[in-house]
Design a protein around this ligand. Sequence first.
Ligand SMILES: [Zn+2]
Length: 446
Amino acid sequence: MSDKNPSPEALARFGGAIALPTVSNVDYAKTDFAPFDAFKAYLKGAFPLFHKRTELTVVNNYALVYRWKGRDAGALPLLLCAHYDVVPVEAGTETAWTHPPFSGAAAEGRVWGRGALDVKCQITAQMEAAEGLMAAGFIPPRDIYFAYGHDEEVGGAEGAQKIAERFAAQGLRFEGVLDEGGSVITDAIKGARCPLALIGIAEKGHASYLLTVTDKGGHSSTPPAHSALGRLARLIVRVEGHPLPRRLTPALRAMLVGIKDALGGGFRLAVGAPGLFKPVILKALAKTPATNALTRTTFALTMAKASDAPNVLPQQAQALVNVRLLHGDSSESVRRYIEKLVGREATVQVILPHEPSKVSPADSGVFIKLKALVSEVFPGAIAAPYLVTGGTDARKYYAVSDNVYRFTPAQLSTQEVQTMHNTNESLSIENYGKMILFYRRFVEGE
Ligand SMILES: [Zn+2]
């Protein structure tokens, strides 16, 4: 099997998908659906064979489910997932891009634009892989489903959630589910001697907590010692200064055992020695925000509001703490914790809680197959289970499978990962070729 770079035609098909600005809106009713309609039509035109050989069901107008029938109708199917909505480009930053954000340009060895990494690459790479196999007359050993949501970036309630509900209503079960999440990261952990292929087996939960401090208000020329905003500021410092303790969860332990051979002396020794294990490891992981987030429930103060005028004392000051929940904590236990911290100074309101996901096994047939494909497509990388710190659509599919994994088969540096939701989002052409190969081998099966 060749892992040569994809053809110019394949890159153009990928670029064409990026060029459609399918930006999802937090307020679903305000979404501009015209690009979404165009995207559906675009896929049909760009991948005609795929659309001929699969059966398409459109769920809730925009979520796409394709079924590619396999040889064995009795075998549980596999599900490949992705989403085709993207986050907006921050106004005023467009000109900072090397190539315009909705250009889909293939230049300097990369394909550029919003969605290149997150995550239109998965959709077009999966379709390229399937079309390649279809053209060769291949029929997969079992049914393959492809499910593409259209609102993952704003919670997935209208896309993946509806797809999962539909599958469940049909009584469908899947042998395994593969969505976005981890990747092959060249510099994931300091001291790692080789790239780490981090395959997400679980994801953290999330919730926001609105802190509200109230006061009499009045004219700012005769202020009290502390306005509502001043009192709120002290609470904010208190919350940030009292993070929840670090913990070694089963998912984190599985990851550390998986990557220990990639790590240098001290770290490796610590993973092997249970007594030493916890304190040394947790301290080491605390050194960067990305690894610190694996060890604890995190607090991020993200929004605040007080008076609307310079000379008006606020009657109400509010701040929002966005919390990512580690397994073992819940939105309720964290509410109690924050309430205790702020005491009577503020009220605490929980907004949109999502509990931590179930944990998929790191020894299922599908996981073992993913590991084998990593060695084949990314020689030299070590694959390990991983806790995804962000939220994805994948969690919704626990309703129809126990084996839900989160892995985008591309080899990235931390710096490349940071272009997601950011300026200069792009994917190397070499990586795009590897993605196509990975999905091809995944579909080919046993
Ligand atoms: Zn995404």
